[in-house]
Ligand binder design. Structure first.
Ligand code: SDX
Length: 372
């Protein structure tokens, strides 16, 4: 048996949710460039769940379902206020809170499609409220209740800051959420599908996916990119810092991709957003440093940036704390994870590959007295 390292190139499922063919990403066949340009995140959530764009009434209904279910259970707020949030990563707390949502969902074990769809709505509605509440409570501030009159993206920034965002900030978050929503069989989505393929519940699938996304080789990369930019500090230091990394054959966060070879089609949208936000905030240096890093890495190693690279300077320009970057990825990918979980339940078979055994053969039990 030959092992495909990292399951590279292995087709492990069928899906009608998103596709990556010849470096082109589509959600249900609609190109990511069009979606980034025109779609609201609510439209994308509906598209991923129902495999079609919503009409006006359907969009209005989904938007109000997300708004009506955005509040967190009081027990979750109490838990957050009673925990020292400074000593734990928000992705770890997110995993805990998803499990708490299961505790307070009397329908948690129901596996019929209607119940699972309602859980998907609850999870999508509450994940952004959690990230904002986590940030506020960690700063010693009261959480801000969701505002039903705002879009999903604007509401997230409002709950985070207490102020209604300006148009460019709302557009930036909306675009970032659209771009991160789904990505075929990425590691965290595959994790979710493996988990629920045992017919485990959606909450278990989502906590498993959150665990996978947290890693710096996956969703955790955006926080690592910002850490790298902060370490470099100024444009003058970029060349020596990156050259040292490349000479040491170290991984440069925000670059490379398992599937894309000619480049991640999402990166250009976040690059432009980073430039626009940098110009508005007067802090263009994060963009110019990122651009310089991209020039060095792509020319010397021929490895293009991925979705995580410019998202770091976008979120920083919006004043978002750096360890919230991956939780924001989770806010968006909650739509893709739930879509894939619902799809897995539709036509399910347990996912159970084989392993090539390399341990000792013909071994036997030795009484403890005779062991070295
Ligand atoms: C995401 O899969 C998805 O769809 C994920 C995602 C999504 O939307 O869900 O797109 C989101 O996770 C994006 C990726 C974020 N991670 C990073 O930015 C971390 C840095 N990137 C690398 O760790 C890496 O490129 C991966 C993890 C993204 C891909 O890993 P692979 O396919 O296993 O590639 P590899 O590590 O085997 O690298 C192949 C070669 C190696 O050189 P050699 O050892 O063969 O000489 O390319 C080199 C690597 O050293 N390489 C890099 C590099 N990425 C690959 N060298 C320096 N810096 C890098 N970032």
């Amino acid at each position: 048996m030959t092992v495909k390292s990292g399951l590279e190139g292995v087709v492990a499922a069928t899906t009608s949710i998103s596709s990556i063919i010849d470096d082109t990403l589509t959600y249900v066949g609609i190109g990511i460039d069009e979606l980034a340009e025109y779609a609201s995140f609510e439209e994308v959530v509906y598209l991923l769940w129902h495999r079609k764009l919503p009409n006006k009434d359907q969009l209005k209904e989904l938007a109000s379902q997300l708004a009506d279910n955005a509040e967190l259970p009081e027990e979750v707020i109490t838990y957050l206020k009673s925990t020292n949030l400074k000593n734990v990563h928000p992705m770890t707390v997110l995993r805990t809170v998803i499990s708490m949502l299961a505790l307070y969902d009397k329908n948690a074990e129901a596996m019929d499609s209607d119940s699972n769809y309602l859980k998907a709505i609850q999870l999508q509605a509450k994940v952004s409220t959690f990230v904002a509440a986590f940030s506020r409570i960690r700063q010693g501030l009261e959480p801000v209740a969701p505002n039903k009159d705002l879009s999903y993206s604007a509401n997230f920034l409002y709950m985070l800051t207490g102020d209604k965002p300006n148009a460019i900030a709302e557009e930036a978050i909306n675009k970032a959420l659209v771009l991160h929503a789904d990505h075929e069989l990425n590691a965290s989505t595959f994790t979710a599908r493996v988990c629920v393929a045992t017919l485990s519940d959606i909450y278990s699938g989502i906590t498993a996916a959150i665990g996978a996304l947290k890693g710096p080789l996956h969703g955790g990369a955006n926080e690592s990119v910002m850490k790298m930019l902060a370490e470099i500090g100024e444009i003058e230091n970029v060349e020596s810092y990156i050259q040292e990394k490349m000479d040491a054959k170290a991984k440069i966060m925000g670059f490379g991709h398992r599937v894309y070879r000619g480049g991640d089609p999402r990166a250009k949208h976040l690059k432009e957003m980073s430039r626009q936000l940098g110009a508005i905030t007067g802090e263009l240096k994060w963009y110019t440093m990122s651009e310089k890093i991209e020039e060095l890495v792509t020319t010397q190693k021929n490895i293009p940036p991925n979705v995580d690279f410019y998202s770091a300077s976008v979120y920083h320009s919006l004043g978002i704390e750096h360890d919230l970057f991956t939780p924001i990825f989770a806010i968006s990918r909650m739509s893709g994870w739930t879509a894939h979980i619902l799809e897995q339940y539709e036509n399910n078979r347990i996912i159970r590959p084989r392993a090539d055994y390399t341990g000792p053969e013909k071994n036997s039990y030795i009484p403890i007295e005779e062991r070295a």
